[in-house]
Design a protein around this ligand. Structure first.
Ligand code: ACO
Length: 373
């Protein structure tokens, strides 16, 4: 059946069903409001909820953490590759390649059963942060640190970057950002993951494609651009002049606006206090002040409000993380949502194959090459 409905960018189109999350009445994952999850749960509990359907018991969580911790290793050829990719390679391209290589070494690559997909998803949760941290260090001529099985996802990642255990406050701030980045119904990268799944392809291929979609500056790439933008303003004294000039030139202000949230993103409100607290601890309040000025101008002039990337970029900067790590951190988290969507799509699969509205030339006949001059 072909229904002649066309919405540019599929805006407002229901493109499938999901039990994973809804943005109705504020974002919730499997029925739990993210506000509550960010307050009462850890990223690992949330990843378990997304993948397994319910919040874990203490024993289920311990087993899950143990499985993830034991996956925090990379095959030798991948470590070698991470050491030789060109220095200027984008960190998102590197994480995309890393997942692709991990597929070659995964014992379940060709097994597409739901149980094997869960095992692969849990392994990727362990492996991706190790690959991101290892590449970050190798690109700077530093040896990677061995993962710490006793630390959670956020604390272990910070440990692997610096070789020292982070403060509980820093680890929790990163952890909350991972919770907020974990899942967001049919966003562009998740939809990409589901399209790949719908062709009966495999989980790693789906995640590789999703990483490619996330990289763009209109999606996950925005969190890196946020900090670059704030730095470009020069600070609070010049921020208002800078943002007004940018708006006059019709520039996009990264970290603002959203396809679904037109009056504000609940996740941005949650992470904002963590960004401020981290900035205070790091003596970087000038970026919070700059951000507040830009928020005020964009609300007044364009009725545009911050999305999650706006506080996330500032939080990561205040935690001392370098900008190329920001979108890979998004991957470390969203791999849980992507994988859960893959498993859900597989369970109720129908090939995703929409139609295009043709706007090309009228039907015409081919002139042989010799007659075309
Ligand atoms: N800065 C300036 N103007 C903006 C912005 C922005 N960030 N976002 C939207 N607008 C303006 C557009 O220019 C347009 O104005 P016009 O009607 O005068 O031409 C109007 O608002 C509508 O914009 P669209 O692009 O049609 O809205 P859409 O729903 O497609 O946009 C998007 C959503 C792509 C996220 C957009 O708001 C944007 O580009 N934001 C910046 C990138 C960003 O922060 N992405 C992160 C998304 S959230 C996430 O991935 C966690």
């Amino acid at each position: 059946m072909t229904t002649e409905i066309y919405s540019p960018g599929l805006e407002g189109v229901i493109a499938g069903e999901t039990a994973l999350s809804t943005v109705a009445d504020g974002l919730s994952y499997r029925g739990y409001p993210v506000t509550e999850l960010a307050e009462k749960a850890t990223f690992e509990e949330v990843a378990y909820l997304l993948l397994h359907g319910e919040l874990p018991t203490s024993q289920q969580l311990a087993d899950f953490q143990q499985r993830i911790a034991s996956a925090r290793r990379l095959p030798g050829p991948l470590i070698n590759l991470l050491g030789v990719v060109p220095r200027e390679a984008s960190s998102m391209d590197v994480v995309r390649s890393a997942v692709s290589i991990l597929a070659h070494f995964d014992p379940d690559t060709s097994d597409s059963s739901p149980a094997a997909n869960l095992r692969k998803a849990e392994r990727l949760l362990g492996q991706i942060p190790v690959a991101v941290a290892a590449h970050h260090r190798l690109a700077r001529g530093q040896a990677p640190y061995t993962a710490r099985p006793d630390l959670g996802q956020a604390a272990n990642f910070l440990y692997m970057l610096r070789g020292e255990e982070p403060t509980p406050v820093a680890a929790r701030a990163l952890d909350v950002s991972l919770i907020l980045y974990a899942e967001h119904e049919f966003n562009a990268s998740t939809f990409t993951a589901r399209v790949v799944c719908s062709t009966e392809s495999d989980l790693h291929s789906s995640i590789v494609a999703a990483i490619g979609a996330l990289k763009g500056r209109l999606h996950g790439g925005a969190n890196e651009q946020v900090m670059e933008l704030l730095q470009k303003t020069g600070g609070p004294a010049n921020a208002e002049k800078w943002v007004r000039a940018a708006l006059a030139k019709k520039e996009r202000i990264m970290g603002f606006g959203h396809r679904v949230y037109k009056s504000g993103d609940v996740r941005a409100g949650i992470l904002r206090s963590y960004a401020r607290q981290a900035a205070e601890a790091a003596g970087m309040l000038q970026w919070e002040e700059t951000a507040a000025i830009i928020e005020r101008v964009l609300a007044a002039e364009k009725q545009l409000f911050p999305n999650l990337d706006w506080p996330a970029g500032r939080l990561y900067h205040a935690l001392g993380l370098e900008i190329p790590l920001y979108t890979p951190i998004f991957v470390m988290s969203r791999v849980s949502g992507w994988s859960a969507h893959f498993i859900e799509q597989q369970q109720h699969n129908r090939l995703i194959r929409p139609r295009g509205r043709y706007i090309g030339p009228e039907a015409r006949s081919v002139r042989p090459l010799a007659e075309r001059g």
